[in-house]
Ligand binder design. Structure first.
Ligand code: MG
Ligand code: MG
Ligand code: MG
Length: 308
């Protein structure tokens, strides 16, 4: 393990985190860096599993922590509280990311590629092109899947022209009908029935911190908000338990309808005022409907962060 350069995305990995890690390993190897190894920081979600099954490839190895001095490359995140245990003492060689930069610091110089695109894989696609490295079907499918996931098939306002262009090209190489494949993949991720409420709120939970105030914004995709809300009492109970255990001031659970592009929010904690102020709307029963809101990164996190 020591010798390898470990490549990983954030905790509670999504399709971009898993696929971009694997693609970065492939890209590095094609570039002559044999020691690269994709790993993951959590369970593979059902949407990502759909992609891995489609390609017949294994998920990257799960790691819990890294030793001091371990060489690592971060994809799809930079904030230490979303990264691996021990990251403070790892040697970060590079970061490829499309998020805000926060809670991040290194002692050594590094390669840092930040682009305000809709997906990490769009940045990787451009790296292949710029370096003149051939994109084969496996990495094309992985990158296409990540872009579909992060942009919700272009319905998310985080989508840029770069993502559209990349997906168009990658879809051809992957030999997929982007719309058909994409919808099947997204739907695979909305099958939430066999998750416990505890698992549900952790599938895609991001830990955040502002001026010492700790909060979490979690998100799940669904084709029926109503279906998820049937379990709201149990969901609220596990959220309250998490708030207590982790000393959080706020937990926001965003249930996103991927077909109609709306979200229902459940917010609990001592700082729910930040959510009400963010959207200029009152919570009723700790819930709020947000028309046209699908992107945590662009439509939820910044406005809540501002009001914390
Ligand atoms: Mg991500
Ligand atoms: Mg991403
Ligand atoms: Mg996401």
């Amino acid at each position: 393990m020591e010798e390898n350069i470990l490549i990983f995305g954030h905790k509670n990995p999504d399709t971009d985190s898993i696929c971009s890690s694997i693609v970065k390993e492939i890209l590095n190897k094609k570039n002559g860096c044999e020691k690269s190894k994709a790993v993951r920081l959590g369970a593979v979600n059902k949407e990502t599993q759909y992609v891995l099954n489609y390609l017949g490839i294994e998920a990257p190895e799960l790691i819990e922590k890294v030793e001091e001095g371990q060489k690592v490359i971060l994809v799809d995140h930079n904030e230490f509280n979303q990264s691996v245990e021990g990251i403070q003492n790892a040697k970060i060689l590079g970061v490829i990311d499309h998020h805000r930069i926060a809670n991040f610091e290194t002692s050594d110089p590094l390669y840092y590629t930040a682009r305000p695109y809709g997906c990490t894989s769009t940045i990787l696609y451009k790296e292949f092109v710029q370096k003149g490295i051939e994109i084969e079907k496996t990495e094309a499918t992985l990158m296409a899947s990540a872009i579909i996931s992060d942009t919700l098939l272009f319905k998310s306002p985080t989508t840029t022209e770069h993502d559209k262009k990349a997906l168009e090209e990658l879809g051809k190489i992957a030999n997929i009908n982007v719309e058909e494949y994409g919808l099947e993949m997204l739907k695979a991720g909305t099958d939430l029935d066999d998750f416990s409420e505890e698992q549900l709120i952790n599938i895609d939970a991001k830990s955040l911190e502002k001026d010492g105030t700790k909060f979490v914004i979690a998100q799940v995709n669904t084709v029926s908000i109503e279906d998820v809300l049937k379990r709201q009492e149990k969901i609220k109970a596990v959220i309250n338990k998490t708030i207590e255990e982790k000393g959080l001031s706020l937990f926001v659970f965003v249930v996103t309808d991927i077909l109609n592009s709306n979200s229902e929010v459940i917010a609990l904690g001592s700082r729910t005022d930040a959510v009400e102020n963010a959207f200029d709307k009152k919570l009723v029963d700790n819930r709020m409907f947000l028309e046209g809101v699908v992107s945590r990164k662009k439509q939820v996190l910044p406005v809540i962060d501002k009001n914390i």
